[in-house]
Design a protein around this ligand. Sequence first.
Ligand SMILES: [Ca+2]
Ligand SMILES: [Ca+2]
Length: 266
Amino acid sequence: MLSPHLAIRCITISSAFFAYATAAHAVFLYQDSFSGSSATALNTTAPVANTGVILGANHGTSNANWNADVSWKADGSNALTNDGSAFLPFTPQNGFIYDLSLQVDPTAGGSDWMAIAFTQSANASQRIFDSGSTAWMLQRADRTGTDPIQTFTGPGTAGGQNYNPDPDLFGFVTLHVQLDTTQPNWRATWYVDEVGAIRTTHTYGTNPTINYIGFGKFNSAIGTVDNLSLTVTAIPEPSEIAAIGLAMLGGFLFWRRRAKRQTVAE
Ligand SMILES: [Ca+2]
Ligand SMILES: [Ca+2]
C-alpha cells in the first residue's frame, strides 16, 4: 500500500511535470531596445535578439537587419516630418502564437501617428499601411481626442476601430498585436499593455499574406519608439500532450511498484 505521504509526493511531482510539459514557452524571434546613437541610422543595424530560425520552422530570417527609412535613428528616435517605416522579415507558420509589441511615444504631430504592423511588403519611405498591413494598430500624437488609438484588421485601413482610453495615456504606450495561427482560420487580438485587450478577437475568413513585421510613423508625427519584441509560442499538439500523459502514468506505476517493494523489504 502506498503511504499517504508518498502518494502526495507522487501527485505533486506528476502535476508539476505535467504543468511543465504542457506550458507554452514564448521565445524571442526579434528584440530591439534601440540602444544605438541618435546620429546613426537605424537602417541596416541588427536587432539584439535575432534567432530567426527556431522550433524547426523558419519564422523569420537569421541575422536580419532593419530595412528602415532614413528618418529613423538607431536610438529609436525620429525627428523628421515625413512618412517613414522600418521592417524585419517574418513569415508566420501554422500552429503558433506570435506577439508583436512596441513602445511608442509620438510627442508632436497632432492627429498624425506611430504604428506597429504585420505587413505583406516593405516600403520604408511610405506609410506602413501602404505595405499591405494586416493586424495593425496606431497611436496618435494627440492623446486627448476621441480616437487616439486605432486598430485595423487590414489589408490597409480595412476593419478600423477606434479606442479611446479614459484616463488618456501619455508618454510611452505599449502597442501589442497577437497573431494566433493555431486554428485553420488565423486570429488577431489587439492590446494596449497598460489596459489589456482593446478589441474583440478578429478571425480572418482568408488568412493574410505576411512577409514582415514593422513599425512606422505618418507625416508630421515625431518622437521615439522603444523595446520592439516579436515572440513565438508553440502550443503542444493534443497527441503530444497524450504521449506525455502516458509516459507520466508509466513512471507513476513504476514508482508505486518500487515503493511497494521497498515497504515490503523494510
Ligand atoms: Ca531604448
Ligand atoms: Ca480619452
